[in-house]
Design a binder for this molecule. Structure first.
Ligand code: IMP
Ligand code: MG
Length: 195
């Protein structure tokens, strides 16, 4: 597995520092200083619902939410976008049987979390579906954003890192479902990638 790595793009220490920073911003936006009680809930009494998009966001979400000292619930959502050995997005399908999001989100502050913003199709489909469920607020957060026009044009609240338009794996991101457990964000040697 290590032999397949071409280059480390973002190492684990840099990721950890940046995740901590972004968690601080999210917390400040959710709970303005002095506005919250000890329970750390948004000041309008709304509840926070974290919606991670499976599977790529799992490691990022695990690290991020432990740095958000607010009362929250987690609802998972599963989206299929990169079938198998492909490295380019082919549209996003929300897998309805794999979502635990309630039909009614009124009163909920929703934070959708994904690993990477590429074409924007995944987050676009997910936010459209969630908005229809009437949340009090809907914010979006990604670990990575690719430097391509569609990604840069997509409205997003929190981005940890902007990266070149290259295919990356590690820290949750996969190629053909492998490499998610690499602790750093890396590129793969061309001979490893078929799609
Ligand atoms: P989008 O719908 O094109 O924005 O693509 C977002 C989804 O595609 C992400 O949730 C990832 O699962 C996947 N994806 C996009 N770029 C990469 C990459 O460089 N490596 C691994 N997965 C990626
Ligand atoms: Mg994904």
């Amino acid at each position: 597995m290590q032999g397949d790595i071409e280059k480390v793009l973002i190492d684990r220490e840099t990721i950890a520092r940046r995740v901590e920073e972004v968690a601080g911003r999210i917390t400040a936006d959710l709970v303005p200083p002095g506005a919250a009680g000890a329970a750390g809930v948004p000041d309008d009494g709304a509840e926070l619902t974290i919606i991670p998009i499976l599977t790529g966001s799992i490691i990022f979400v695990a690290d991020l939410i432990r740095r958000l000292p607010v009362r929250m619930r987690i609802r998972l959502i599963s989206v299929s976008s990169y079938p198998g050995e492909s490295t380019s997005s082919r549209g996003a399908t929300i897998l309805d049987h794999l979502t635990s999001v309630p039909e009614d989100l009124s009163g909920q502050h929703v934070l959708v979390i994904d690993d990477i913003l590429d074409s924007g199709r995944t987050l676009g489909a997910v936010t459209q579906m969630l908005r229809a469920r009437g949340p009090a607020a809907l914010r979006t957060c990604v670990l990575l954003r690719k430097q391509r026009p569609e990604a840069l044009a997509f409205p997003i609240d929190y981005v940890c890192f902007d990266i070149p338009d290259a295919f990356v794996v590690g820290y949750g991101l996969d190629y053909n479902d492998y490499y998610r457990n690499l602790p750093d964000i890396v590129t793969l040697k061309p001979e490893v990638i078929r799609g």
